[in-house]
Design a binder for this molecule. Structure first.
Ligand SMILES: Cc1cc2nc3c(=O)[nH]c(=O)nc-3n(C[C@H](O)[C@H](O)[C@H](O)COP(=O)(O)OP(=O)(O)OC[C@H]3O[C@@H](n4cnc5c(N)ncnc54)[C@H](O)[C@@H]3O)c2cc1C
Length: 770
């Protein structure tokens, strides 16, 4: 006992007396920290420092403040936004025919371009003073998601000007002259923007673009001016084939020191009219059969005046920082909108189809195998919509949360991909035969586009989420890095010492709490609500402690190597992401007023996220480079093993039943999904058949029962079946007529397209339903 007391006293003296602590602990730790600090390029540093931390910081702290999350207000629409959603948006949606766009026109029809410009769909992020709509992130997300449920091509065309590109860069950094010159035209759609960063040699590693701009003197409008001689070759650029203004990223050099002392200024962004001499807009790409404009651009020794740099001379060399600061909209709104559309459509139409499509005498949604896939669709769609709302909430609160938007981009597009695969499996041949009757194929084909753009997903998961999250969301690491980078070594040490003592307390607290929660199954962890979801809050608090502990130990033991150990760090990123998604699900459940009908979806989603956290931790412990440390961490966080199970089958069954029921819950879960109130359109027809078959369920049941008993011939269909049912008095005359009409609807709902052989050869697709 006395030895322990002496030890405690020694530790107290070492930690409590600043001079001793600095000498024995802080100085050696400071030196080691400087040594293991990962080497960082300027572009990496700028990416790391860009943006804000929000709820991700709470999750990383080990002590998420659930009350503050639940208190955050759900964004609402202004009257103007709502009027736009009810008016111009519906008008545009009704005008879209995705098959026509992608197969025959291979472009948006003129009338659709005209509507987009007339209603200023390109101007959602442009200020009113320039003729823009100045919509919130919530309205932007709602509008683009809903368009994407109708046509991916239209959604991509509209989202690009409303995300990272000339409009956003001008709004944030443009000079007054640039704003006044460009923004009114961009708002009206008389100017069409594109933004060109990617080239053949620089994709994910966009900071390494080989495109150059050399500051020199040249002639512009008959006068000699200081300008830039540009050389570039870009590919994959969305809207480039129709752009009137090219946002161009290049590396800027000033060998003659015409604007300053530096030779190399770094990445710079300029705006160049595409009709400017020397600007070449090249050919179109054909991205997975989608007809949105995407292509190449190049230029050789093109001279532009220096004041075409966005923001003017003072922003020369600041391009990367500008891009990083503005990434959040694209990552947090646009690409997630495509995944949202997939989720809402998959849930709505798979539910309907699984009810109207009968095999073995039953709706296919009654078979357990199909229910498993439908459970995933509904469960994941609940997470997709929850994540969309929470991230949009952060954006509406004025944050530019870089880690959250990276998680949102990655996980929503991955969940979208899973949901789409499941929807296609359930629809089987109906999802495969392309034509106007196939409401899935185009989104299925286009799914990898959202996986790839704005940071391809493998890179986003492996490099960005935890790479940036560990330093940005950690309460001390970024400040410690800044202290280590301080040129005044003693001042740096003093700051570091101060942080270190807090960091040690933080790590000790997380270790004890993680172990305690592990031993007690988190029964004593805090939760802001009581009821069915209490246990999830407790488990998430516990996992938050586990994440904080494991992140600290990883950084301590691997230092700079952690950056290269992508498979280790990505798994911690997965833990953070699933904590975020689970939080989003819990918040949505509360915000929606704790709907009992949503409970199977909520349980499914939360079990799924906890299970994914368990899988990520299991891989992390198993592959931790130091086996002993990995084993100790596993014991501390999961003293009785990892016990998170996949969602119960009963939730999948309840979800699939709910998906096959028309009504309020279905409308709430799929409210972004557009269906045309017109029986000639496949979406309107599917709704009609689905609802009518529900209304006649009793009639169908009686016919099926009679068939089973052998009272009705089980080989008969449609009219013949109705005739026999009438003759044998299974149905009365009115019911037989209703049955007849409903069978026509059902047959059309399960129909696919066929085309004349000669037409297909000529690329003409005049569809005939079969
Ligand atoms: C349809 C479409 C539209 C686009 N629109 C535009 C646009 O308007 N403007 C624009 O500038 N660009 C645009 N892009 C470019 C897009 O942003 C890039 O394609 C994307 O960044 C990936 O580059 P890449 O295709 O060259 O892949 P690569 O960089 O060759 O990557 C290949 C694979 O390696 C992975 N990878 C690379 N480095 C790492 C790493 N360090 N760790 C882990 N994994 C890694 C990637 O995740 C990817 O899976 C568009 C692309 C497409 C397909």
């Amino acid at each position: 006992m006395s030895i322990i007391l002496i030890l405690v006293l020694i530790i107290a003296v070492i930690l409590g007396v600043p001079d001793i602590r600095r000498k024995l602990i802080s100085r050696p730790a400071f030196k080691m920290f400087k040594r293991v600090l990962p080497p960082m390029s300027n572009t990496e540093r700028e990416a790391m420092e860009a943006g804000d931390v929000w709820w991700d910081g709470e999750l990383f702290s080990g002590q998420p403040d659930w009350f503050s999350l639940l208190k955050t207000k759900v964004p609402t629409f202004t009257a103007e936004e709502q009027a736009f959603i009810d008016g111009p948006l519906e008008e545009l949606l009704a005008a879209l025919d995705d098959f026509e766009i992608n197969v025959h026109e291979r472009d948006l029809p003129e009338a659709v371009w005209a509507l987009i410009k007339k209603h200023r769909f390109f101007a959602m992020i442009i200020g009113k003073e320039y003729g823009g709509l100045d919509f919130s992130a919530a309205a932007n997300s709602h509008i683009v998601s809903r368009i994407a449920t109708r046509s991916l091509t239209a959604a991509v065309t509209i989202m690009v000007p409303n995300s990272l590109g000339p409009g956003e860069l001008l709004t944030h950094y443009g000079t007054m002259e640039q704003k006044q010159y460009w923004l009114p035209g961009l708002a009206k759609g008389t100017e069409i923007p594109c933004f060109a960063l990617t080239g053949p040699e620089a994709g994910s590693d966009a900071g390494s673009i080989p495109d150059t701009g050399v500051i020199c003197k040249g002639e512009y409008n008959g006068e000699e001016v200081v300008g830039i001689r540009l050389n570039w070759s870009k590919r994959y650029i969305t809207l480039a084939p129709v752009a009137t203004v090219l946002g161009l990223a290049f590396k800027l050099y000033d060998p003659e020191h015409l604007i300053g002392e530096k030779d190399e200024l770094g990445i710079t962004c300029a705006l160049i009219p595409t009709k400017h001499k020397g600007v070449e807009i090249g050919d179109r790409h054909y991205p997975l059969t989608q007809a949105f404009m995407n292509g190449t651009t190049y230029g050789k020794d093109v001279f532009i005046p220096i004041d075409w740099i966005i923001g003017g001379k003072k922003y020369a060399g600041k391009g990367w920082q500008m891009l990083m600061e503005c990434l959040s909209a694209g990552r947090g709104i646009s690409l997630p909108a495509l995944a949202t559309a997939t989720g809402h459509n998959a849930q709505r139409f798979t539910g309907a189809y699984a009810f109207v499509r009968h095999q073995f005498g039953l709706p296919i949604g009654k078979f357990e195998g199909v229910q498993e896939a439908m459970g995933r669709i509904g469960g994941l769609n609940y997470s997709i919509e929850s994540m969309r709302r929470l991230t949009v909430t952060a954006l509406c609160e004025g944050y530019s949360p870089s880690v959250i938007t990276a998680m949102t981009k990655y996980h929503m597009t991955e969940m979208g991909r899973q949901v789409m695969n499941d929807a296609l499996d359930v629809h089987a041949g109906k999802g495969i035969q392309m034509g106007p009757l196939n409401y899935l194929a185009s989104t299925y084909m286009g799914t990898p586009i959202s996986i790839t753009v704005e940071g391809a997903n493998i890179l986003t998961r492996n490099l960005m989420i935890f790479g940036q999250g560990a330093t940005r969301c950690h309460p001390y690491v970024l400040a410690e890095m800044e202290a280590a980078a301080n040129e005044d070594e003693e001042a740096g040490l003093r700051a570091f010492d101060h942080l270190l003592i807090k960091h040690i307390g933080f790590a000790a607290g997380n270790t004890c709490s993680a172990f305690w929660h592990g031993l007690t199954g988190a029964r004593f962890a805090n939760a802001p609500v009581s009821g069915e979801t209490t246990k999830y809050y407790q488990q998430l608090s516990r996992m938050s402690r586990g994440l904080a502990l494991c992140a600290d130990v990883s950084m301590l033991t691997m230092g700079g190597d952690l950056k290269r150990k992508e498979m280790i760090s990505a798994r911690l990123g997965d833990v953070l992401s699933h904590l975020y998604m689970a939080s989003a699900v819990l918040k949505r459940f509360e915000d929606d007023g704790r709907q009992v009908a949503d409970l199977p979806f909520v349980h499914y989603a939360l079990a799924n996220h906890l299970h994914a956290i368990g899988v990520a931790f299991a891989g992390f412990f198993q592959n931790f480079p130091n086996r002993v440390v990995g084993g100790v961490l596993k014991f501390l966080v999961f003293p009785f093993g990892i016990r998170y199970q996949k969602p119960n089958d009963s939730y999948a069954q309840a979800i699939s039943e709910a998906m096959m029921q028309p009504g309020v819950a279905r409308e709430r879960h799929t409210f972004l999904s557009y269906w045309k109130d017109d029986a000639e359109d496949v979406t309107g027809h599917m709704e009609l058949a689905f609802v009518r078959m529900h209304e006649l369920q009793d009639v169908y049941k009686r016919v099926q029962k009679a068939q089973k008993k052998g009272e009705l011939n089980s080989n008969l269909l449609g009219n013949e079946l109705a005739d026999e049912a009438l003759a044998k008095e299974v149905l009365n005359a009115e019911e037989a007529e209703q049955f007849r009409e409903c069978e026509v609807l059902r047959m059309r709902a399960i129909a696919v397209d066929s085309f004349a052989k000669a037409d297909v050869k000529q690329g003409k697709f005049s569809a005939k339903p079969i």
